[in-house]
Structure formats: structure tokens, C-alpha cells
Design a binder for this molecule. Structure first.
Ligand code: OOB
Length: 549
């Protein structure tokens, strides 16, 4: 029944979720249209250039849907959305949903390597861009891709400008079987290239509504979206979608600088800030004079990466009026939030408990048996908003999902006596750079293509600000050399997004292997952590100049 290439929820589970009122027979469009009818004249979305009321948002989404339709976009056609945070992100996402076209959420930081793969894997008909963003010419890149329609936020050569709509609008209410795919998110991925995550109307609406409740969103709330809006966290946890459903206001920021965020919070009277630990740290570093700017803020929800307890405590000490909330989330589904009224002790040291009473979690040993109470193991989950499979990825699905439908998260957690989960590490092979996931294997594949490189292993190294950065262990061919700058230029030339480029090289004669020939990455991670610690000690004693990379 579900879109070809997707794994449906088994009928008995689907029936249960409907019976229990978790899934409703409603499409995202219907739900947003209903919310809009309740407060047509409230501001729904805004950025630094303009704002739209709920009724204007609905009207603009409908006209934009008509424009897409005139340009040949139909139900189930994939539309890669690579927009910076702006009002058009909201109107276009809704416009796609109006038509039953499927948004594929890409990041503005993506370059040719990522986009080429996505467009081809998703078989996308359209790509939406801002022509120039952060100095990069997205129009030129878009023209190199095999995509039929390029949508742009401002007029640009060879693109259809999203503001050229007009003519008969589409109806917003109609579209979509609630139990069908509404959109695709991208996975951080653990092997090969990022996978597409199909989210249905019913599951994603639940995800957003229940999140809005967990974060205390009301029609009076104003949420600041500073993380790339295409991510699950700012999109629907509760994010844009949760705010729309509540009748709350969303403000899009293209800056993540603390000073800009403080200004925006004060100017827009923001109440909710979803963010990663890196942003939370920066907010702590604001000068005393800017701290009053955060007066209106009520809840700061921190996730994407482990929030150090010290940072949580300092946040509360510096901004006593704030609720510090943690979220452990994943684009595949499961969300854990700490409660808004939680004791500090728990809120600062755990990553919360599952959002839905219908969420099922297991914490397991490597052999798949449950760990002893309170012990660390891999987190497995199943529930009303956790996918049952990636899009067109049968091999990966066999590894990532159990036969009875649990998603193997790759996260190592333990269950605190309070009933909350604590993230203790992970077994998946990625680098969590300030909450942005970098797939090690993806980067290794690029590095091995370099003529000087005979073997490569990319591992996380600790970083005081971003939590982790990528370090490349390379073994080079006889007589070859490769400096960090040259390696980064090579990745740039291959069209790899910059946030994925390793920030350090360690040259080794050979990579350490296990007796079955796998690279011993834990050894490399230990090695680089040790080197960094030694260098810190040495530089603290003025023995070496700090490495300028
Ligand atoms: C969110 O989603 P993704 O898909 O970018 O990454 C998911 C992974 C998790 O499996 C875990 O490894 C890590 O990110 N993670 C955390 C965490 N929140 C996410 N690790 C430690 N502590 C946390 N609080 O990152 C995401 C999606 C929705 C809401 C929030 C985050």
C-alpha cells in the first residue's frame, strides 16, 4: 500500500495507533489548514525580510502549489529542498504537501557530491535553492545536476522563481492519505551514503504535536529556528510544524551566532529556542550586557549531541528564568525529552524519556539480549513515529532493523533509576560535529580516491566547542605526501560539503586492523584523544605553538 520502496507499519500496529488516537485520519495540509482557520490573522512565519499570517501562509502555499503544478510537478514527485532558513522554506514545504509531491530535506551546506547523489537516488524532479547563499553560487551547481525544474527564492537565470506565482491556487485541504509518505528526511547514516527516511502524515503530525506539548508550546509561543530548518529537530520536534499546529509563531534565522540570536530573541520576543550544545555554549559566553536580551525566552531545548552537565548547570545559573530541556532525537523517529517540570538533577544529567506511551525501547547487549537494569547497551526502539525501513535500502534495512521492527539506533545508553535515558556513547561509525552528523565511510571513500592515499580511516576527535571534529588517519603510497590543506582542497574539488572535511591528518605507516581485517577505530580515537590532551598540556606550558589547523 505504501509508496514503493518504503516499509509500511504492520497492520496490527497501525490499527492500534489509530485506535489509541495517536494517529489521526488527517494529512499535514488538513491539520495546518485547520490551525490556520483558528487564527487567520496571527503571524505564522517570519524572517528578517517578511512575515506571513496564517491565512497568508495558506494562500501563498496554495499559489505556489499551482506554480509547481504548472511546471509539471505531480503527486509523489520528489522535490529536493535546499533552502536557507526563510519564509519560503515553509511555503514551499506546504506547497509540496498540497500537491502530494514529496519534499526531500537537504542541507544548504550540501555541494555537488551530496546533491548529485540525492537527486539521482530520490529520482528528484525539482530542486529548490537560494541562488547565492554564504557566497556560494547554488544556481550554477543546480544547472550541473540532472533535475528538470530549479526553483529559486529570488529571480535567477534558468530558475523558476517561487514568487512568480499567481493564477488559480490549489486547495490546501485535499491532499494526502494520512498513512502515506509525506516527506523524506535524511539520515546521518552509518554506512555508505545517507539514507532517505520516509515519514508519513500521521506519524509526523503526532511527532510534532506531542513534541509541542512536551516543550510547552502555546498559541502565544514564538520559536526561533536557527538550526538548518531541513533537520528533523527544527522542523518538527516541535519546530516549524509543531508551532504551525499550535498557532504559534516561527521566526527563521540564518545566523547561529550568539550575538545575532540574542538580538533576534529580544526583537521578536522569542519564547522557545531549539539548539545544539555548541549554541548553548555560545549563549553562555554572551557578554553581560546582552544577557537581558534573553528575557522573553522560556525554554531552551538542547539536543543533537550530548549536553555536558556543566553547560546545563551554567545555563540555569546564568539565565535562572529558563527551563533547560534536553532532547535525544533522531530523524528515524524516537524522541526523548526531559520534562519541563523535571528536577534540575535529572534535567541536567539525562536525555529524557520517550515521548509516546506507545514507544517501545530496549537496551541490549551485542547479542541482542536485554542488559541488566541500569547497564549500558545499544538502544533499540519501535513506535508510532519510528520508521520501519529506509527508502529503497533493503541491505541497510536488514542491518538497521530487527525482524520484529525495532530500529537499532547505534547509540549506547543506560536507563537512569528516574526512568530517563542517558547517552553513554555510540557504536555507529560517524562524527557528531556540533550536532551535524558526518558519516565516516562516506569521507573515507572520497579520501581513498586521492592518488597519494592508500588507506584512510576517519574518526572523531574531541573538540571543546563542537564536541567532536573529524580526524583522518591516512597511510600514504610510497614517497607520497599530503598536507591538510591539500586534502581539504581535494574534498572541495569533489564537491563534498565543507562541514565534513576532516580538520586534522595523522599519517601512519599502517592502519591498525583486527584479526578479521577491520580497522580498529577505537584505537585511533584513543590515540588522537591522547595526542590532543598531550598537546594541550604542552601548549599550556608554552612548549609548542598550538597547531594552526
Ligand atoms: C537529531 O537527529 P539526527 O538524525 O541528526 O541524529 C540522531 C543521533 C542520535 O542517534 C544520537 O546519536 C545523536 O544524534 N543525538 C544525541 C542527542 N540527540 C541526538 N546524542 C546525545 N545526546 C542527545 N541529546 O540529532 C535530533 C532529531 C530530533 C530532535 C533532536 C535531535
Amino acid at each position: 500500500m505504501m509508496l514503493e520502496g518504503c516499509t509500511p507499519f504492520p497492520a496490527d500496529f497501525a490499527e492500534r495507533y489509530v485506535r489509541e488516537g495517536i494517529w489521526r485520519r488527517e494529512s499535514i495540509c488538513e491539520a495546518v489548514a485547520n490551525a490556520a482557520r483558528e487564527r487567520p490573522d496571527s503571524i505564522a512565519v517570519a524572517d528578517t525580510t517578511r512575515s506571513l499570517t496564517f491565512s497568508q501562509l495558506v494562500a501563498e502555499a496554495r499559489s505556489l502549489a499551482a506554480l509547481l503544478s504548472r511546471n509539471g510537478i505531480e503527486r509523489n514527485d520528489r522535490v529536493v529542498i535546499q533552502l536557507p532558513n526563510c519564509v519560503e522554506f515553509a511555503t514551499l514545504t506546504l506547497a509540496c504537501l498540497v500537491l502530494g509531491a514529496l519534499p526531500v530535506m537537504a542541507l544548504p551546506a550540501y555541494r555537488k557530491a551530496e546533491l548529485e547523489y540525492l537527486v539521482s537516488f530520490a529520482d528528484a524532479k525539482a530542486l529548490a535553492i537560494a541562488p547565492i547563499y554564504r557566497g556560494f553560487d547554488h544556481t550554477a551547481l543546480a544547472h550541473e545536476l540532472k533535475v528538470r525544474l530549479i526553483l529559486s527564492t529570488t529571480p535567477a537565470y534558468g530558475c523558476v522563481c517561487m514568487h512568480e506565482h499567481g493564477g488559480a491556487p490549489c486547495s490546501l485541504e485535499s491532499s494526502g492519505d494520512p498513512f502515506e509518505v509525506a516527506l523524506f528526511l535524511l539520515s546521518g547514516g552509518t554506512t555508505g551514503m545517507p539514507k532517505l527516511i520516509p515519514r508519513t502524515h500521521a506519524d509526523y503530525l503526532y511527532n510534532a504535536r506531542a513534541s509541542a506539548a512536551a516543550c510547552g508550546l502555546t498559541p502565544e509561543s514564538r520559536i526561533l529556528i536557527a538550526l538548518p530548518a531541513e533537520h528533523n529537530f527544527p522542523l518538527a520536534c516541535p519546530g516549524l510544524l509543531g508551532a504551525l499546529l499550535c498557532g504559534a509563531r516561527t521566526f527563521f534565522s540564518q545566523s547561529t551566532k550568539a550575538a545575532d540570536l540574542a538580538n533576534t530573541i529580544a526583537r521578536e520576543q522569542i519564547t522557545h529556542l531549539p539548539c545544539v550544545p555548541t549554541i548553548a555554549l555560545a549563549i553562555l559566553d554572551l557578554p553581560q550586557s546582552s544577557r537581558a536580551d534573553l528575557k522573553s525566552l522560556r525554554v531552551i531545548t538542547v539536543g543533537g549531541q550530548r549536553l555536558p552537565e556543566r553547560v546545563a548547570r551554567d545555563l540555569k545559573r546564568t539565565y535562572p528564568h529558563l527551563v533547560v530541556q534536553q532532547v535525544l532525537g533522531m530523524s528515524e523517529g524516537l524522541l526523548c525529552y526531559t520534562r519541563l517540570d523535571e528536577r534540575d538533577e535529572i534535567a541536567f544529567t539525562t536525555q529524557g524519556s520517550p515521548l509516546s506511551p506507545a514507544d517501545e525501547i530496549r537496551i541490549v547487549n551485542p547479542d541482542g539480549t536485554d542488559v541488566a537494569a541500569g547497564a549500558v547497551g545499544e538502544l533499540w526502539c519501535r513506535g508510532p513515529y519510528t520508521i520501519r525501513g529506509y527508502f529503497h535500502a533493503p541491505d541497510r534495512n536488514r542491518e538497521a532493523f530487527t525482524a520484529d521492527g525495532f530500529y537499532r539506533t547505534g547509540d549506547l545508553v543506560r536507563l537512569d533509576p528516574s526512568g530517563n535515558l542517558v547517552v553513554e556513547g555510540r557504536i555507529k561509525d560517524l562524527i557528531n560535529r556540533g550536532g551535524e552528523k558526518v558519516n565516516a565511510e562516506e569521507i573515507e571513500t572520497h579520501l581513498i580516491a586521492h592518488p597519494a592515499v592508500s588507506a584512510a580511516a576517519v574518526v572523531a576527535m574531541p573538540d571543546a566547542i563542537l564536541g567532536e571534529k573529524a580526524c583522518a588517519y591516512l597511510s600514504l603510497r610510497n614517497g607520497a605526501t599530503l598536507a591538510l590543506a591539500a586534502m581539504r582542497e581535494f574534498l572541495a574539488a569533489r564537491g563534498v560539503a565543507q562541514f565534513k572535511w576532516p580538520e586534522r591528518i595523522e599519517l601512519v605507516a599502517e592502519l591498525p586492523l583486527t584479526n578479521v581485517g577491520k580497522i580498529r577505530k577505537s584505537e585511533l580515537r584513543r590515540d588522537i584523544a591522547e595526542k590532543l590532551a598531550n598537546e594541550r598540556t604542552a601548549s599550556a606550558h608554552g612548549l609548542v605553538a598550538s597547531r594552526g589547523n
